[in-house]
Design a protein around this ligand. Structure first.
Ligand code: C5P
Length: 355
């Protein structure tokens, strides 16, 4: 993403707002495809799919409406991130944004009534501090190391953060934006988790039909038949749970596309789109970035469903470290002292949280 944004002149840039909407469109289409192919072969008809979509998105509008909340929160969060990144230097932004690990834990306790013992809070604190050190860029990292080792004055000249091109940044505005983004990240994630993990309402009719198809009702077949029946029910439950996940994502994409088109695309880039088109400056790499974003969103949903938002914090922290290590090999990225110290803290925090 960085490559497609930073490597081209301003007049050849694609519109980020349309890219965000397109990744939601792809996510939504992927969910539709997953729902379609989850059914047995003989039921994969256009009719079944349209009736399923009609029921889940329109007839079941009360359930659909619930997803407007996380979709709106994520939309504001994504825009606040942009405000924060514009008004704060990259280091401050990256480091303060890690506070979302703690806000997520806070909302998990308050909304999901999860209990976190003291050891887990300590692990979360260490994780936040560790990953903040890991994402610290080299210049800020050198300043931090000099400060920690007491050589601050001696190293001041080479270690200070470059403040020569701060432009018209507003630190207060940037801090406010990043803090709000952290709160919204935690709230949106936990709210989505609450909806996902709520007990399923009614079984989907076509699933019940599948189970009943050719299955005798009585138990004359003895224990063997009961076993098969039980196993079938397990499979049905699993498929249904998985389908609920794709339906939830589809409902959320629906609102994200709607809100994104109205508030971001039209209000922010309306004039450019009328003049140059929706897909101005798109190329194959743009589509690749959009596809990765869409795929990432689906993976986040799976993580939230089968693990939780707090564990997602650990997973993303470790992924930051792994991708930095790959950067050593691919881009000659050099590891700083704070990176290694931060990595050790993240690994220790992960171990501590798992105790
Ligand atoms: O920074 P944070 O971890 O909160 O970002 C999570 C990202 O995952 C958001 O950009 C959100 O749009 C995306 N997401 C998604 N589908 C979900 C849940 C989150 O695309 N079901």
């Amino acid at each position: 993403m960085r490559y497609t944004r930073a490597s081209v002149p301003d007049d050849q840039l694609y519109l980020a707002s349309t890219a965000v909407v397109m990744s939601e469109v792809i996510k939504g289409l992927a969910c539709v495809a997953l729902l379609h192919f989850s059914g047995p072969l003989h039921q994969r008809t256009w009719q079944r799919l349209t009736s399923l979509l009609h029921r889940e998105l329109i007839s079941n509008w009360r359930e659909t409406a619930k997803l407007a909340v996380p979709a709106t929160l994520y939309l504001i969060q994504n825009n606040l991130q942009y405000v924060a990144a514009t008004n704060l230097d990259a280091a401050t932004f990256q480091v303060t944004y890690q506070l979302k690990i703690l806000t997520t834990a806070f909302f998990s306790v308050v909304i999901l009534k999860r209990t976190l013992v003291r050891l887990k809070w300590i692990a979360l604190g260490l994780l936040t501090f560790g990953i903040a050190l890991v994402v610290l860029p080299r210049d800020a990292s050198a300043a931090a190391m000099a400060y920690l080792t007491g050589n601050y004055q001696d190293n001041l000249e080479e270690a200070t953060i470059d403040t020569s091109n701060l432009g018209n940044q507003s630190n207060a505005k940037g801090f406010f934006a990043v803090l709000m983004a952290c709160i919204l990240s935690g709230l949106a994630g936990v709210y989505f988790e609450k909806i996902l993990k709520a007990p399923a309402t009614k079984p989907m009719p076509e699933m019940v039909n599948t189970l009943d198809h050719g299955e005798p009702d009585d138990e004359e077949g003895g224990i063997g038949l009961r076993d098969i029946h039980g196993r079938r029910e397990d499979v049905m439950q699993q498929t249904q749970q998985q389908n609920q996940l794709w339906i939830r994502n589809l409902q959320m994409s629906f609102f994200s596309i709607l809100l994104g088109l109205v508030f971001v695309v039209m209000l922010q880039d309306g004039a450019t789109i009328v003049q140059k088109g929706f897909f101005v400056n798109y190329n194959s790499l743009t589509w690749l970035v959009i596809a990765i974003q869409a795929f990432g969103g689906l993976v986040v949903a799976l993580v939230v469903k089968y693990a939780d938002n707090i564990l997602k914090g650990f997973a993303t922290s470790i992924s930051i470290i792994l991708s930095s290590l790959v950067s050593v090999w691919l881009f000659n990225f050099t590891l700083s002292g704070t990176f290694i110290f931060g990595t050790a803290l993240v690994i220790y925090a992960t171990y501590l949280y798992g105790l």
